[in-house]
Design a protein around this ligand. Structure first.
Ligand code: CTP
Ligand code: MG
Length: 235
């Protein structure tokens, strides 16, 4: 089956602080979104990338794609996004031509994911997984708490899940297209990743090897790390 990638890039980036929408902020002088697009197009299996742009930024994203060098074998489509990540992904899925049987969803906010991770996810879906997510073991111990009513209040700890069984999940997440589309039609509750919706359908999801460099740029410190990773690559 042919493989397409949907890149949700429509978020404001509130946690990064004031400035342009996160996907348009630069790393090494290049917009984060362009890094993310290049990371996806670097996979020979990917023939279409759908970028879900900030609602009023579709024209700007189109011109960015035109001015930055991208592989000729990949097609690009830009659609405006929605209020939530979930809605943005759904709008991206609606733009997919019928011939794409495998779809990856990749956060623009994970600009530095290595192509090997992309290929590992695609391979798992090609081999028959309905959904595959890149995942890493955790460095920190995780506690479940009773969330405080007000910020700063101490929070009672309820449980400590066994760390060895926990994984931090990244993107790109890969899917049999029909299953992800069905998940977006049927699951209405709030979720924090696409695979979670597929889990709610009762469909199996597998975790494959993630990568440290697939971290999400969320807060200002992440920009420092991303610039350092880029600088190391350019040595
Ligand atoms: N996203 C999107 N549409 C939205 C919200 C988020 O396409 N309405 C995208 C973001 O652009 C990002 C990805 O979803 O590439 C992951 O979301 P996150 O890291 O939370 O980005 P933001 O929502 O932009 O950041 P914040 O939550 O700090 O505002
Ligand atoms: Mg967000």
């Amino acid at each position: 089956a042919r493989t397409a990638v949907v890149i949700p890039a429509a978020g404001r980036g509130v946690r990064l602080g004031p400035g342009a929408p996160k996907a348009l902020r630069t790393l090494g002088g290049v917009p984060m979104l362009i890094h993310a697009v290049r990371a996806m197009a670097a996979s020979r299996a990917v023939s279409l990338v759908v970028v879900v742009a900030p609602p009023d930024g579709a024209a700007e994203v189109k011109s960015l794609l035109d001015t930055h060098a991208l592989p000729e074998r990949t097609d690009f489509v830009v659609v405006p996004g929605g209020e939530t990540r979930q809605e943005s992904v759904r709008l991206g899925l609606e733009a997919l031509p019928p011939e794409y049987g495998i779809v990856l969803v990749h956060d623009a906010a994970r600009p530095l994911v290595p192509v090997d991770t992309v290929d590992t996810v695609i391979e798992a879906v090609r081999e028959g997984a309905v959904a595959a997510v890149p995942a890493l073991p955790l460095a920190d111990t995780v506690k479940e708490v009773e969330p405080a009513a007000a910020p700063g209040e101490p929070e009672p700890v309820l449980a400590t899940p066994e760390r060895a069984r926990l994984r931090a999940v990244q993107t790109p997440q890969g899917f049999a297209r029909a299953t992800l589309v069905r998940a977006h039609e049927q699951i209405t509750g709030a979720v924090t990743d696409d695979a979670g919706m597929v889990e709610q359908l009762g469909e199996p999801v597998v975790a494959v090897a993630g990568h440290e460099e697939a971290f999400k740029v969320t807060r200002p410190l992440d920009l420092v790390l991303a610039e350092a990773v880029l600088a190391r690559r350019r040595l």
